[in-house]
Design a protein around this ligand. Sequence first.
Ligand SMILES: *Cc1c(COP(=O)(O)O)cnc(C)c1O
Length: 376
Amino acid sequence: MSSPANGAVASAESATAAAPTTQQWRGVIEEYRPLLDIPADTPAITLGEGGTPLVRSEWLSAVGKADVWLKIEGQNPTGSFKDRGMTTAISVAVHEGAKACVCASTGNTSASMAAYAAKAGLTPIVLVPSGKIAAGKLAQALVHGAQVIQVRGNFDDCLRMSRGLADHYPVALVNSVNPVRLQGQKTASFEIVDRLGDAPDIHLLPVGNAGNISAYWLGYKQYADLGRATRKPVMRAFQAEGAAPLVTGEVFPEPETRATAIRIGNPASWKLATAAAGESGGGFAALSDDQILHAQAELARRDGVFVEPASAAGVAGFLQDLELGTGPTYAGKQVVVTVTGHGLKDTVTALEWFGEVPEVVVDADIDAAAAAAGLV
Ligand SMILES: *Cc1c(COP(=O)(O)O)cnc(C)c1O
């Protein structure tokens, strides 16, 4: 027999059991506002970016005899890490009274800017290299209402033009040359330390225009200064052979790679990136497109994580370092690899890697399906 009092206790208990264990993530500005160098009263224009999964890779941990984690940035609202910097850039632009925004993009920045501009009621203007943008990204920019201008030139031309437009017309430039972008992007380091309890020994990531490596390093340094981490990781970053200015020290006038998100010949944050690599005891290395696409496929098959080609450069780099004995010693170390964007952005390149995929068509019959699946 339950008394009314017992009944009350029981229902209070079940209410507790049903309650979520964590509050809903509020986006990187509200989660980390006191640590971001943006005007205090900036309104947060957010789509709930950040708070992305850090997932242990059993495969890479075994291969490297290390403790390897993937920071899965494809889980952001528009499918890449660019959303972290876009929430801050668009929020500050709105705060400063902007009515329009512009960016140069290899694809993901435009997708992200278009979404955040839509949310903020700004007019988004996008400059992209003609014919070099993955279809998924172009679709995102168009669907969110961006004015997409395709330029006969490469990303570096687009960036020069965006700067010029922002200098001469009333539009806010939201490329990562805008330091507010890095303020948002550094929150990825905060999340990693908050989750692991300290900074990892080594951090691997792809690098193109070099805003992201610069932002990670900012974040790790800030957390170490605040005493929230006892160490800072070695930053090791990877480029594609056809677009490897940070590896060779020379501008690539005509960068070329299937990993379109890192097809950049003259990175805007060159100095910050070299400082991050140098100060951390890390460095840069180059990979062939085949190595990158192979890592993309392996990551999807072994870890269940589908990333776009450029995003697999950190994984490909890890494998190359192990094979050649280059880079830091990985054995026994904690390693975080940022995988920067979602595989659905560029399904054409992903499927091309498999060549002809045989089409399997059967009658609507269980035995036929079993035979086709190799079960009998
Ligand atoms: C932008 C981007 C990169 C390169 O980041 P940078 O900050 O330009 O170095 C890598 N991967 C993906 C998926 C990107 O969108």
